[in-house]
Design a binder for this molecule. Sequence first.
Ligand code: ATP
Ligand SMILES: Nc1nc2c(ncn2[C@@H]2O[C@H](COP(=O)(O)O)[C@@H](O)[C@H]2O)c(=O)[nH]1
Length: 287
Amino acid sequence: MLLSRRFSSALARSAFLARCPLPPRPAPASRAPPRRLMSSSSSSSGWHHSSRLPPPPPPPPPSFSDKDQLFRGLEAALGTTFSSEPLAPPPEPMILVVSGPSGVGKDAVIKRLQEEREEIHFVVTATSRAIRPGEVDGKDYHFVTKEAFLTMIEREELLEYALVYGEYKGIPKQQIRDYMAKGHDIVLRVDIQGAATLKEILGESAIFIFLVAESEEALVKRLIHRKTETTDMLLVRIATAREEVRRMKYFDYIVVNAEGKLEDAVKQVESIIDAEKAKVQKRNVRI
Ligand SMILES: Nc1ncnc2c1ncn2[C@@H]1O[C@H](COP(=O)(O)OP(=O)(O)OP(=O)(O)O)[C@@H](O)[C@H]1O
Ligand SMILES: Nc1nc2c(ncn2[C@@H]2O[C@H](COP(=O)(O)O)[C@@H](O)[C@H]2O)c(=O)[nH]1
């Protein structure tokens, strides 16, 4: 039974080949003369060739029509057409948590990242803090009253929230769901305590990046240069930063945002995203 099936499929194949012959094989290269081996007495290590023969020339590349014919011939021989559907599954949307001390450049890195990668959605968090000159409501934060923020907490609308330097900050859940449903990758920007809370909630399903300056000195200069803090507030942020850098080890990645090297930091974050997208064991996000 098995034999007769093999025979009939071989018959079918030969019938096909008669109708649609495969392109002729290139003529074999002229046979190389047998290689002579050195005697062991003439060589300390043994098996060496006495003369180095040049490798046979590669077969000439088939012409376009040959390739096309070969392709169709292979399809017919296999009895199926070759699909042009992508072989790799489409990448799942991911959540990236960018954290680090105040003034390290989280906002600056994320802004450049968004310019480079349109598919990334930066989640605009809600805050009870007063708007600063130059900030835009709905772009930098959703600026809300303390009462409105407390209502959001009560209604469980926030994935994470915290009191940061005396003001409420929190991540609206719905924004993440809406954008992930549209296939966007998500970037969350939080302080270190926020990253710790998110690690508890999201676990291994998100990627945690700790952004750090090249030195404490550089970080302090950057904060001073931004001119957004009073001296008292600067002292609080610097003292907090000293504690925060100790938490670096709990993150998945550390990215150094060195003075004048913003582009390098952005590129590194992009490489992390690309590597994570190429992982076989994907992070499965459920919020
Ligand atoms: N690589 C860099 N080199 C020089 N200046 C930088 C670099 N990255 C960011 N900055 C500047 O440092 C200052 C702080 O950056 P940014 O506001 O993005 O920090 P942040 O981490 O978001 O701070 P916060 O947590 O307080 O919101 C800004 O003036 C920004 O333009
Ligand atoms: N835990 C959270 N931290 C947040 C959130 N949104 C922003 N932040 C962080 O707050 C500090 C201070 O910000 P600033 O704008 O007042 O200077 C900074 O580190 C932000 O990353 C949040 O939703 N949760």
